[in-house]
Write a protein that binds this ligand. Sequence first.
Ligand code: AHR
Length: 507
Amino acid sequence: MFKATLTVDRHFDLAPLDRRLFGVFVEHLGRCVYNGIHEPSHPTADEHGFRGDVIELTKELGATIVRYPGGNFMSGYNWEDGVGPKAERPRRLDLAWFSTETNQVGTHEFMHWCEQVGIEPMFGVNLGTRGPDEARHYLEYCNHPGGTALSDLRRAHGAEAPLGIKFWCLGNEMDGPWQICQKTPDEYGRIAQETAKLMRMVDPNVELAACGSSAYDMPTYGAWEDRVLEHCFEQVDYLSLHSYFVKPPSDDSTESFFAQIETNAHYIEDTVAIADAVAARKRSAKRLMLSFDEWNVWYRARHGEHLKQAGWPEAPRLLEEVYTFEDALLVGGMLTMMMNHADRLKVACMAQLCNVIAPIMTEPGGPAWRQTIFHPFAQAARWAKGSVLRPVIESPGFANAKHGELPYLCASVVDDAATGQTAVFLLNRSLSDEMDLSITLRGLGTERELVQAEQLHSADLQATNTADAPDRVAPQALDSIAIDGEQLRVKLKPASWNVIVTKAQRA
Ligand code: AHR
């Protein structure tokens, strides 16, 4: 057992937490859409073919925004293929995933799914094979009230009211050699600038995200952001980040795996620094915000299998990562880190939602279940409401080759002044020792009472949830919490993710 402390003060708030930090991602990839969220023959399917059990699980996950339709798929997508009578929609080769795209799910079907879930859509435009002209047309089709050929076509397709899609991604991972029509930063920066300009002419209410480099360890990272923003800084609202966490066989320690929390904190901070350097060069007071619109653990089902498959299958099983308890701990730690960057990080999407590197798994005609990573996400999405308070942490730790000494404790605190509710999220990264933790919630009210306390723990770091044992890893009650005025005292199991929610009277 070791001692640690966590202190927050009412006056030291970082920023209001943007609830869009709890976003997810649905790509036309593998079984994410077809035989995932959409399976018309499933017993729970609605009249549009969407699985009711997946809709219920997505609601339980608490996701607030969903990115669609890709990903790499976006860079070859014709939005026109996915609207109008289904029988007339073309089947196409999807060059991103070497699959056949049937186009039976498109814009209207996906908007219907969003309505059923109660989630905000985040759409993307194809800046790979296409460009500003199609982007402005797609936006006009979706958001213009009527009286033009494209908006009236939407109405003819059954959507009288504008779809009101606010958040748009300007392409996807355009620096990646794998991307359909990869671009140089100058090529992409100019196209993003002009596309943003036209899209704002069509609908001045849109929010636009430019593509950052597709990963922190890409050779393009840094120079790409700088050059792209040189072109489109004034026209866009967000710059995207993508990160997939890997446990390399050469360094397979769990502690190194967990240190990716700090690596991704640096990724955010370095990207803010580059955006602010561009602002400085332009003598601009604007502060660009970040959209971490793809993040998750992904290293097992990642061997280029999509390139090997033959025959252009429909909805093949691709990227179906089975998550461990260890992965869930890293996801929990990532969530605390992202909350602690709420001043500049406004949107984040766990990639993806269903079957493909996903918190929700399904079997055709069979069950849907929660992977291990479902739980920390659902707990954070449920309880993190209000403002993020800057945490001061004192904790022993472990040595990491890249970052030096790192504390065992990762924590974030989100306080809702309106309700008096404070949520504390805690990861104990020690694999062997219990943590005796003192939490001070300074100036956050009196007569504090416990609302909810849960832990995610398993004796087996490699435990997984499967169709036949879907709740092997699931939250349990966290007891042993003592409340004394502004102080909470709790014991955290080694290798555990914990959520404590309390409520106090505010003056
Ligand atoms: O999420 C899977 C893929 O990872 C996405 O299509 C792409 O954007 C990223 O490389």
